[in-house]
Design a protein around this ligand. Sequence first.
Ligand SMILES: Cc1cc2nc3c(=O)[nH]c(=O)nc-3n(C[C@H](O)[C@H](O)[C@H](O)COP(=O)(O)OP(=O)(O)OC[C@H]3O[C@@H](n4cnc5c(N)ncnc54)[C@H](O)[C@@H]3O)c2cc1C
Length: 356
Amino acid sequence: MTETETEGEGEPEHRRLLVAGTGIAGLTAAIYAARSNHDPLVIEGDEPGGQLTLTTDVANYPGFPEGITGPELIERMKTQAERFGAETRHGVVERVDDSTRPFEVELAGGDVLTADAVIAASGASARTLGVPGEDELMGYGVSTCATCDGAFFRDQELVVVGGGDAAMEEATFLTKFASKVYVVHRREGFRAEDYWIDRVEEQVDAGEIELVRNAEVTAIEGTPEGGIEGVSLVRHPEGHPTEKLDDPRTEEFEMDVGGVFIAIGHTPNTGYLEGTGVEMDDTGYIATEGGAGGGQTRTAVPGIFGAGDVVDHHYQQAITAGGMGCKAAIDADDYLESLGGRAAEGTAVAAAESDD
Ligand SMILES: Cc1cc2nc3c(=O)[nH]c(=O)nc-3n(C[C@H](O)[C@H](O)[C@H](O)COP(=O)(O)OP(=O)(O)OC[C@H]3O[C@@H](n4cnc5c(N)ncnc54)[C@H](O)[C@@H]3O)c2cc1C
């Protein structure tokens, strides 16, 4: 018998609601769902607490005028969810089978559960460079979120890595605080929209931004105690210098900066929904109904809801993720109520959908 089978019956453990993710969205959903007596099971994934656990200071989450550390905010939310009866559990959701009702949910390691409703709150992972110093200094001078951390770098010279819209937006935003922003991009041309390139060019003319083209960061130097000391880079006149390290035209150089913002995109964590009817938008994020009124977090599969950064490729803030988690729990509550007593009996898909 696997860990999740019900004692004596050999049946998989059944839950009314399963939440994938213990970031802000998943924990907020858990608080609301627990208070609606849906006994939610929240699966942590391989990053318990989500992205906020990567940051030392959260200064913009309402209700904490002195700020709060990411891990503490998450721990408080987890305690709050558990106080109302939510259960958090180690594990990673590997697969959801939406061809049956209840849904069949398989965890890494092979355990299988069933659930009447699922909230996908599995977030998005910022892509990183994979260079020495990056992991150790994440949260200590290296950041993937200018909106979140920019204000900690007043009057410092900063590097933004990337060439898309996000990098241009972050660089423009950081000029509010930094004495100078260097945008390091591995090619000559930027793939950002003209709107953002024009804004950056204005800042270049004003001396606030400098473009470092055809260059890549190869190492970040510093210590968690002392912060960033500088970055090492390579440059090649035809771009993609790390692929041309043996070429004599590749030059190595250093930059003395106080912070590094990596803006090379996010990858939404949706692998476990492959093969389901849940639809994704062009950029791979879960498509939800959106709009005004109830049901905004519904996906294309009745009973599966999406919340937080796995849906939102724009706002990507703790407060917005929490707001969506709340909406998803309320939408799931409506859905579960519409199933009534049939939910626990594993009513067939067609019946559930025809009531939706
Ligand atoms: C360095 C940094 C600093 C930030 N600072 C701030 C700030 O100061 N203020 C602010 O408002 N925002 C900040 N943000 C943004 C904020 O952290 C995110 O917007 C927010 O965490 C999104 O919450 P989420 O719950 O949607 O996703 P996430 O926080 O990404 O959480 C996703 C959760 O899903 C889990 N998961 C993933 N895949 C699976 C799976 N297959 N099965 C089960 N679980 C899974 C993960 O383990 C994780 O628990 C920061 C982000 C970063 C990276």
